[in-house]
Design a binder for this molecule. Structure first.
Ligand SMILES: [Zn+2]
Length: 140
């Protein structure tokens, strides 16, 4: 008898992030924005990490940005990632300034191709029937 394939543990939405995950499922990227200091930030939380104001709301992101940094992962961190390597883990700086940890997809995992500063755009990958993960690809 064979073991079931290891599974990637999905994110667990919390009250502060329910809206975010609902919008990701609808293929929209929404971020938190601070009305007191005008920063936009990720991950979603009620209190601004820049000025600690609670006067925050949601704004819809264009889904466009630039690749801030990346690493090409060749060794799976857990068995659930065995079929994924090599993959690109990345930080994207979105229009508006928020930086978001993510994956870069639909591109050759080759440092001769992937460059910091390259324009990227969001795509959504369905993980299960509740969670869609925002990932990024080179902008068209
Ligand atoms: Zn603030």
């Amino acid at each position: 008898m064979t073991q079931p394939a290891p599974r990637i543990t999905p994110p667990v939405p919390q009250p502060e992030s329910d809206f975010y995950w609902e919008k990701c499922k609808a293929k929209e990227l929404w971020l938190r924005h601070c009305k007191a200091c005008d920063h936009t930030y990720f991950y979603p939380r009620d209190i601004c990490p820049h000025c600690f104001s609670r006067d925050t709301d949601w704004i819809k992101s264009s889904g466009r940005g630039v690749l801030h940094t990346f690493a090409i992962v060749h060794r799976a961190p857990t068995p659930a990632f065995n079929s994924k390597v090599p993959f690109i883990t990345a930080v994207v700086e979105l229009e508006g300034g928020a930086r978001m940890p993510t994956n870069l997809v639909q591109v050759e995992p080759d440092p001769a191709v992937v460059k910091c500063g390259m324009a990227v755009e969001v795509v959504f990958e369905d993980l299960d029937d509740k969670i869609s993960l925002p990932k990024f690809r080179p902008a068209s």
